[in-house]
Structure formats: C-alpha cells, structure tokens
Design a protein around this ligand. Structure first.
Ligand code: URA
Length: 433
C-alpha cells in the first residue's frame, strides 16, 4: 500500500477501505506518513467527504491508537457530555454536580481554553489549588466515591486525534463533518461512558455556522456512537450570543454557582437543564418528563450545590469560593463598558466577546500562554435589552489596566443597536435522540 495512492483515491472522491484508513493513521503515528501527505489527504477528505463506513473506520483507527478507560464497573450509570465549544459555556460545572447528585457517574476529561473559546479545566483551576491531573486510579476512585471527577485530557487517549487535530488546525482542515465527528467521538469513546450527550453549537461563535450542518454533525456522531454500542443524544444550540452573562474563568464559575443555587440567567439554565435531563434519562432509563423533574429537584433541594462542594473538596480546591462566590469577582482592576448609543441591543457577537475576554487575560493565543483566572467579562445587558447611551453594558475584570482599551474596542465592533426590539433567538434549536 502507498499513501500516494490513498491520497489520489480520495482526491477522486472514492471511498477508502478500512485497511487504507488504518494504514494512514498508523503511518502518521509512526512518521512513515509525512505531515504534507497527511495534510493532502485531510484536505481531500474536507473537499470530498467520507461515507458512514469510512467515518466509523477513521474513528476506530484513532480510538485504537491509544488506551481506553474502562468504566464497565459503573454499568449504565456512566454518563458523559461534550460541547463542541463556545463562548461562556460553563455547562459542565452545572450539569456534572446535578447528575452526580442523582446517582450517575461522571468520569470526565475536559480541555483548556484556546483562542476565543473557554475550557472547563481553566475554569476549575480558578478554585484555589484544585488539581486536574490525577492518576487513573485516583480518578476512578473519586468517581466511585462521590460520582464526579473532571481532569485534563489524558495524553494516552486517542493520540492520533491529537496529532491530526494539531495538523488540521494549521492547514484549514478543521471544518469537515466526518473529521470533526470522528475526532470528537474517538475521544469520547476512549473515555468510556455508556451514554453521551453532545451539545452541538451552531452560529457565528461556533465551528458549525448553521442548523443544517449542526444536524448533519449530530447524525454522524449518533451513528458512530451506535456503531460502538453507546447511547448518544445531541442537543443543537445557538451560539450567536454568548451563553449566560459571564465570559472568562472565575466569573463563569460564579455564574454556574448562581444556577446551582436556583438563580442565574434563563438561557443558561435552559441549556444546562436540557443537557442534564438527557443524561439522566439515558443513565437512569427514565422518560424525559421524569428526568426533568429529577433535575429540578436536585437543584431546589440544594443537593446539586452540595455535590459541587464535595467535588471541589475532593480535587483539593477551596470551598470558600462556593460558600462566598463574590470572592470569584476579585480581579485587581475593574472597568465598565458603556453603550455607544441608545436602543435595543440587536447583536452581541459571541466570537467578539470571546476575543475581548481573551484580551483581558482570560484566554490563550498559544497553548503555552499563562492565563489570568480572574480576568473576564460580566454582561450586565444582553441581546434584546434596551439601553440608554452611556449605560453600563459590561463590567470588565483584569489584573492589567492597559488591557481595557483593546477589549473595549473589540466590544464596540461586536455590538449593534436598533430602534426596534429584535426578535428573540431560540436557544435550543433541535434535540436528536
Ligand atoms: N473539537 C474536537 O475535538 N475536534 C474537532 O475536530 C473539532 C472540535
């Protein structure tokens, strides 16, 4: 077999066999396939696509490139969730304690933020000395004991995806449904959960720009899950507007605590509860109505908030931040961003707000950059709200005052105003079971 012929085959839009896909993935891992050859094949896949069988075979090859976590001791109770990434998405911090309080087992690996999107690991590390690198034995022991543990992505899981993703990132080959579906699913399958809820974001703050491509991605991932004997559900949600009012790290933990305390913003609560409810429905084998009721009770009874405290303590974090969440808003400098005109806010671009928060120190440009956990933005007003010129739209947090002007100019470009109230944007666009 020659990699040249495999590239040529895909260039002519022909389907690749399992053997050819395995040859490509193992060859790329042992360096017998060069970066430029892998890039050419990835580009041909981006342009000509892959059928269901090829996508399944690619997922399998990436999954088998590393180790897998065995969660079979938890039976049907092991559940996982994954978001395709967005701005202000702190749903894991809300959903994990809710479902763990209901007896489910969340053994989750999460990522760090990069570019304009945030990552759960950075958010968790706002909580004092909370550790996100545990041995597998400690990780599983914690899940067994309290039902939840979240750590950074293990190097050993789906290493082929890691290597290929890094290449896709610099060769304009990220935006391909079979490549995204196999990338996400190889990691989720390796993480071992029996049931997985995927939150697929669509909009200008997400990889998928429209609902149609979101549905295609959902179908591709559900088919992969089914092929590997896992239950998968997809919630497709709007990412034109940041999720919730906080964007950053500690500010997002603050907002998550508000939701778990029965307060917080309506849209964030809606998506978090929908994700939790789908996990409960699959993990406990109950219908959606019963799952909704259980999720509701976990919050109103205070059990979900207690579970968050147990979780933070178990990973070595400082529970004072949960007991007194205002401590999470203690950045050295604060500033205000005010409305440039009077009117309804008719656009609040998620990607722009993500970049503005990154410029305050909350995100990384390069993987190796250090972040300021206390930096971020709290939106005091959002899409559809009426503001008078000069009224505060956002509070900015940073350790460095000199970051405020750059952040403000990005915010100015990210906002529009109208004299008519804009139509409401639905948050959950579809749920695919
Ligand atoms: N997230 C992933 O893990 N992989 C992709 O390809 C895109 C988003």
């Amino acid at each position: 077999m020659r990699i040249y012929d495999i590239i040529d085959k895909k260039r002519h839009s022909l389907p690749l066999t399992k053997e050819e896909i395995d040859f490509f993935v193992s060859g790329y891992m042992n360096d017998s396939v060069a970066d430029y050859q892998a890039s050419a094949l990835l580009m041909a896949i981006c342009i000509n696509g892959m059928n269901e069988e090829e996508t399944l075979n690619l997922t399998n090859a990436m999954l088998r490139s590393g180790s897998e976590i065995d969660l079979s001791c938890f039976g049907d109770l092991s559940v996982d969730k994954h978001s395709t990434g967005g701005v202000g998405d702190k749903t894991t911090l809300i959903v994990a304690p809710i479902v763990a309080a209901l007896g489910l087992k969340v053994a989750k690996m999460s990522g760090r933020g990069l570019g304009f999107t945030g990552g759960t690991i950075d958010k968790l590390e706002s909580l004092g000395k909370l550790s996100t690198t545990l041995s597998q034995a400690k990780f599983l022991n914690q899940v067994d004991r309290i039902g939840v543990c979240v750590i950074g992505q293990s190097e050993g899981l789906a290493p082929a995806d890691k290597k290929l993703y890094a290449l896709r990132d610099v060769t304009a080959t990220v935006e391909s449904i079979p490549l995204i579906a196999s990338s996400i699913m190889s990691k989720k399958l390796a993480s071992g959960a029996k049931s997985i809820v995927l939150d697929i974001k669509v909009g200008n703050g997400a990889f998928m720009k429209d609902l149609e491509s979101g549905i295609s991605l959902a179908n591709a991932m559900i088919k992969i899950g089914r092929g590997f004997g896992r239950n998968v559900r997809c919630v497709i949600s709007n990412m034109n507007i940041p999720l919730g009012y906080a964007v950053g790290n500690s500010v997002e933990v603050y907002e998550a605590i508000q939701i778990l305390s029965g307060r917080g913003e309506k849209r964030l609560r809606e998506i978090a509860l929908a994700l939790a409810s789908n996990m409960v429905s699959m993990g406990l084998g109950v219908d959606t109505q019963k799952a909704n009721q259980l999720v509701d009770e976990a919050i109103t009874s205070g059990r979900a908030l207690i579970k968050l405290k147990e979780w933070v303590i178990a990973q070595g974090g400082d529970v004072k931040y949960i007991n007194t969440p205002e401590l999470l808003l203690r950045a050295k400098h604060k500033d205000e961003y005010v409305a440039k005109e009077s009117g309804y806010i008719s656009k609040i671009d998620a990607k722009g707000v993500g970049i503005a928060s990154m410029l305050l120190g909350a995100g990384r440009v390069k993987k190796t950059d250090k972040i300021d956990h206390l930096a971020g933005i709290i939106l005091e007003k959002s899409y559809g709200d009426y503001v008078e010129k000069g009224q505060v739209i956002a509070t900015l947090y940073s350790k460095d005052k000199s970051f405020f002007p750059g952040c403000k100019s990005i915010l100015t470009n990210s906002l529009s105003y109208s004299q008519e109230k804009p139509r409401e944007e639905a948050l959950i666009l579809d749920t695919i079971l």
